[in-house]
Ligand binder design. Structure first.
Ligand code: MTE
Ligand code: HPA
Ligand code: MOS
Length: 757
C-alpha cells in the first residue's frame, strides 16, 4: 500500500504544527537562554525588555506554580535555570509578546551578569573529576581476565565518535491554549505525548487529566523529540496558565541547534584478544558517554551501548563498562540507534585495528565470529532465529564480493591518485525498549454505523510511515478498503499513558494493540453475521467487503452487517492493550531477555577517495536486510535508504564542534554539513533475506526504523581501507567523523618515509 501521507506531502497539504491555524489573541514565546556553559547568575535585568511595547510578560522560574523540573528519568533538569547555568543555551526565561518579532527584539534588551566557571566539555575529564550522571555499569560474560592468557594476539586502542545534530526539518515547537476551567490543550511536535502531558502537569502543579496533548505529525524526530520536545510545550502551557491566552513557541533553527541536545559523543578504550585462527576470545571496552549537563535519556542510551557492544559477534569472554559523564554541553539525547551505534563503532574499530596489525582482511575476522543460534549475548539473552550468517553469506554471494575485491585491487593498481576501499558492515539490533515496562501500547477503534472506521493509537507519525502500517492492520482484519479508515491524531485523551514513539517498536507495539481491538470487534461482527445467516460464527468470514459463509460470498455487505449490529445495540468500539510477552531484565545481575527479537543484516560499502583532495564519493551500499515479512516494502525501503544516508553522514561529514568554553561552533547549516543529494551513494541496493518473519513483529514484519543507520558505520572503514591503499604508512585512527580534512592528513602522514611494519 502506498504511504497514506504521500499525496498530502507532495501537494504541501499535510499539516504540521506551524500549519495549525492559531486562535485570535495568540501570543508568541521566545526563549532567553544562557550565553555561557557554566556559571553563577549574579543578576538579570529584565526591565527594558519587559517595558518593550507588545511584551506581555517575562516568565522565569519564579512563576512556576508546581515544580521547576523536567527531568524524565532523573529529576535533575530545571525548566528555567535559577541561580546557575550548566550549559550554553540553557533556558532561563520566556518572553511572551504579541508577535515573534517583538519577542525577539525584547530578548536583546535583557542584561545578564554571570560569574563564569570553567566548563567541562570532555567526558574523560568528567570521569577523572568524578562528574557522573549516575554510577557506571558493567556487562560481563565468561572470564576476560583468564581469557587473555589464551589469546595469541592482543590489541588495544581508542575509538571516539562525535555527536550528531538531528536536523529534523521541522524545528521544535508547541501551541497551547485553554479550553475551560483551567484545562489546557497542547499541540506539540513530540514523539512522546504522555511525557509532555506528565511534565506539564508536574510543572503547573495540576492533574494530568487537565492536560490534553495532540500530535498530528512531526516533520522528523529521529529521537530528538522523544524527550526534548517537552520543554517548549511546558513553557507554552505555563504561559497559558498564567496569562489565559493562547501561546505558541516555535524555535528558530539556530536556537534549536544551540539549545537542544544531540547524539552522544563517546570516548572509548578497547582491548581485543584473538586466537591464532582469528577467533575473538576476549574483548574489553570502556565507554565514556558525554551526557551533557543533565541526565535526559542518557541512562537508557548508555544501557543500549552496552547491549550492542558486541554487535553481531559472539564473544565468549567480554567485559563492557560504561560511564555516563556529566559535562557542560546541552543534555544529549536519543538519536536513531540510541547508543547502539556508539557501542558498535568500538568493536568494529577493534576488529579493523586487529586486521591491520595481523595483515588480514577485517572481513575475515568479522565473518569467523558472527553470532549463531544458541550463542549468548553478554546480557544473557540467547540468540534465536539468528540471521547474522545468512545475511552475510547472501550478501557475499549475491554481490559477488570476491569479484568486487579483485576489481578494486585492479583499480587501485591502475590508479595512482584515486583509490577505492570496501568494508563489510554486519548489524544486529535488539527490538524493545530496554526498559521492559515501557513495552506496552493501546489503541481505540470506532466503527461508525455507516461502516467507516476511525482508529487512534499511541503511535506518532514522524515520516517513518507508521500511520500507513496502522491503516493496513485495520484494513486487513476488517477486509475493507483502506480509504474507509481514518487514522486520527495521536491524542492523550483518546489513548493514555503511552510510551514514546521510539525504539523502532512503534508499529509493533501499537499495531499489536490495534490488532487486538479490531479482532474483538470482528468477533462481535461474526456473531452478528451468524445470526443473520442462521449459521455458526466459526463458519463466517469477512472478506473484501462481504460476509462469507462456509467459504462462499453471501449477499451481506460490510455496511449492511455494521448497520444490523448497530440496530441490535452491539458495541462497535473497542480498546486494545498490548504488552510484549516474554521480555524481562534484572539490572542487579545485568542479565535477562530484554528484546522481543533482533534485526540482522549486512551491508557492503564501497568508496572512491580522491587522493589529491581528500574528498570521497560512495560508489555503492549493497545490503541484505532482514525485514521478516515486510508488510510495506516501499515504506521499509525508504527507512533503509534514509537510515543508511543518515549513518554515513554521521560517520563522514557531520562534524559537531564545541570550543573549550562549551560553545557550539558548528551552529548553523553553513558550518554543519549534512548529506545532500550529491553525497548520497550512487547506488543503494537492498535485498530481502527470505524468512518467515517473527511472531512478535506486527504481521511478522520486523522493526526497521533504526537498524539501517548502523550500516553507515561501514563508511568509516571503507574510507580507511582506501586511505591505506594509497598510504601504507597511514596509522589507523578511530575518531569519527572521517572528514575530508582527516582523510587528507591520513593520505599524507609519513609519506616519503619507508613503509612501516
Ligand atoms: N524516519 C523518518 N522519516 N523520520 C524520523 O524521525 N525516526 C527514526 C526512525 N525513522 C525517524 C525515522 C527513529 S529514531 C525511530 S526510533 C523510529 O523511526 C521510530 O519509528 P518506528 O518505531 O515506527 O520505527
Ligand atoms: N530506545 C529508544 N528510546 C528509549 C529506549 C530505548 O531502548 N528506552 C527509553 N527510551
Ligand atoms: Mo528513536 S532514537 O528510539 O526515537
Amino acid at each position: 500500500m502506498k504511504n497514506i501521507d504521500s499525496r498530502g506531502h507532495v501537494r504541501g497539504e499535510s499539516i504540521y504544527l506551524d500549519d495549525i491555524p492559531v486562535q485570535q489573541g495568540t501570543l508568541y514565546g521566545e526563549v532567553f537562554d544562557s550565553p555561557c556553559a557554566n556559571g553563577i547568575i549574579r543578576n538579570i535585568d529584565y526591565s527594558k525588555a519587559a517595558a518593550f511595547p507588545g511584551v506581555f510578560r517575562i516568565l522565569t522560574s519564579n512563576d512556576i506554580p508546581g515544580e521547576n523540573q523536567i527531568g524524565g528519568i532523573i529529576p535533575d533538569e530545571p525548566l528555567f535555570a535559577e541561580t546557575e547555568v550548566d550549559f550554553w543555551g540553557q533556558p532561563i526565561a520566556l518572553i511572551i509578546a504579541e508577535s515573534e518579532e517583538i519577542a525577539k527584539e525584547a530578548k536583546r534588551l535583557i542584561k545578564i551578569d554571570i560569574e563564569k566557571r570553567t566548563p567541562i566539555v570532555d567526558p574523560r575529564e568528567a570521569r577523572a573529576k568524578n562528574s557522573l550522571i549516575f554510577p557506571p555499569r558493567t556487562f560481563r560474560i565468561g572470564d576476560v581476565k583468564k581469557a587473555w592468557n589464551q589469546c595469541e594476539h592482543i590489541i588495544e586502542g581508542e575509538a571516539d565518535n562525535e555527536g550528531q545534530e538531528h536536523l529534523y526539518i521541522e524545528t521544535q515547537g508547541a501551541y497551547a491554549y485553554e479550553i475551560e476551567n483551567g484545562s489546557i490543550r497542547i499541540s506539540s511536535s513530540t514523539q512522546g505525548p504522555t511525557a509532555v502531558q506528565r511534565t506539564v502537569a508536574k510543572v503547573l502543579g495540576i492533574g494530568m487529566h487537565k492536560i490534553e496533548v495532540d500530535v498530528v505529525r512531526l516533520g522528523g524526530g529521529f529521537g530528538g523529540k522523544e524527550d526534548q520536545a517537552t520543554a517548549w510545550a511546558v513553557m507554552a502551557a505555563l504561559g497559558v496558565h498564567i496569562l489565559k491566552r493562547p501561546v505558541k513557541i516555535v524555535l528558530h533553527r539556530l536556537d534549536d541547534m544551540r539549545m537542544t541536545g544531540k547524539r552522544h559523543p563517546y570516548r572509548s578504550d578497547f582491548k581485543i584478544g584473538l586466537s591464532k585462527d582469528l577467533m575473538i576470545l576476549a574483548y574489553e571496552a570502556t565507554f565514556h558517554q558525554n551526557a551533557g549537563a543533565a541526565a535526559d535519556l542518557s541512562p537508557a542510551v548508555m544501557e543500549r551501548t552496552l547491549f550492542h557492544g558486541t554487535n553481531s559477534y559472539f564473544i565468549p569472554n567480554a567485559e563492557l563498562t560504561a560511564y555516563s559523564c556529566k559535562t557542560n554541553l546541552p543534555p544529549n539525547t536519543a538519536f536513531r540507534g540510541f547508543g547502539g551505534p556508539q557501542g558498535m563503532f568500538v568493536i568494529e574499530s577493534a576488529i579493523a585495528k586487529a586486521a591491520d596489525i595481523l595483515k588480514v582482511k577485517a572481513r575475515e575476522i568479522q565473518e569467523k565470529n558472527l553470532l549463531k543460534d544458541g550463542d549468548a549475548f553478554p546480557y544473557g539473552q540467547i540468540a534465536a532465529q539468528c540471521l547474522a550468517g545468512n545475511a552475510w553469506n547472501k550478501a557475499s554471494e549475491l554481490y559477488q564480493v570476491e569479484k568486487i575485491e579483485q576489481e578494486i585491487d585492479e583499480f587501485n593498481k591502475l590508479n595512482k591518485h584515486v583509490k577505492k576501499g570496501l568494508a563489510f558492515q554486519p548489524i544486529c539490533f535488539g527490538i524493545s525498549f530496554t526498559n521492559t515496562r515501557m513495552n506496552n501500547a493501546r489503541a481505540l477503534v470506532h466503527v461508525y454505523h455507516d461502516g467507516s472506521v476511525g482508529i487512534s493509537t499511541g503511535a506518532v507519525e514522524m515520516g517513518q510511515g507508521v500511520n500507513t502500517k496502522m491503516v493496513q492492520v485495520a484494513a486487513d482484519i476488517f477486509s475493507i478498503a483502506p480509504d474507509r479508515i481514518k487514522l486520527e491524531t495521536t491524542n492523550t485523551t483518546r489513548v493514555a499513558n503511552t510510551s514514546p514513539s521510539a525504539a523502532s517498536a512503534t508499529a509493533d507495539l501499537n499495531g499489536k494493540a490495534l490488532h487486538k481491538a479490531c479482532s474483538a470487534i470482528l468477533e462481535r461482527l461474526k456473531m452478528q453475521a451468524a445470526r443473520i445467516h442462521n449459521a455458526e460464527a466459526s463458519k463466517i468470514e469477512l472478506k473484501d467487503n462481504f460476509v462469507h459463509l462456509n467459504g462462499k460470498q453471501t449477499e451481506t455487505t460490510w455496511n449492511q452487517l455494521i448497520q444490523a449490529a448497530f440496530f441490535d445495540r452491539i458495541s462497535l468500539s473497542e480498546v486494545g492493550h498490548y504488552a510484549t510477552p516474554e521480555i524481562h531484565y534484572d539490572k542487579s545481575k545485568e542479565k535477562g531477555h530484554p528484546f522481543a527479537y533482533h534485526v540482522f543484516g549486512t551491508a557492503i560499502i564501497i568508496v572512491t577517495v580522491d587522493c589529491i583532495r581528500g574528498t570521497y564519493q560512495f560508489d555503492s551500499v549493497k545490503i541484505v536486510h532482514d525485514f521478516g515479512k515486510s508488510m510495506n516494502v516501499s515504506v521499509d525501503r525508504g527507512q533503509i535508504e534514509g537510515g543508511v544516508v543518515q549513518g554515513i553522514g554521521w560517520m563522514t561529514m557531520e562534524e559537531l564542534m564545541y570550543n573549550q568554553e562549551g560553545k557550539l561552533i558548528s551552529n548553523a547549516l553553513s558550518t554543519y554539513k549534512i548529506p545532500d543529494i550529491y553525497s548520497v551513494p550512487k547506488e543503494i541496493s537492498i535485498e530481502h533475506l527470505e524468512t518467515e518473519g517473527h511472531d512478535m513483529a506486527i504481521q511478522k514484519s520486523k522493526a526497521v526504523g533504526e537498524p539501517p543507520l548502523m550500516y553507515g558505520l561501514g563508511a568509516y572503514f571503507a574510507i580507511q581501507n582506501a586511505v591505506k591503499a594509497y598510504n601504507p604508512n597511514h596509522e589507523l585512527k578511530f575518531h569519527a567523523p572521517f572528514t575530508p580534512e582527516k582523510v587528507l592528513m591520513g593520505l599524507y602522514e609519513g609519506v616519503g618515509e619507508k613503509v612501516k611494519h
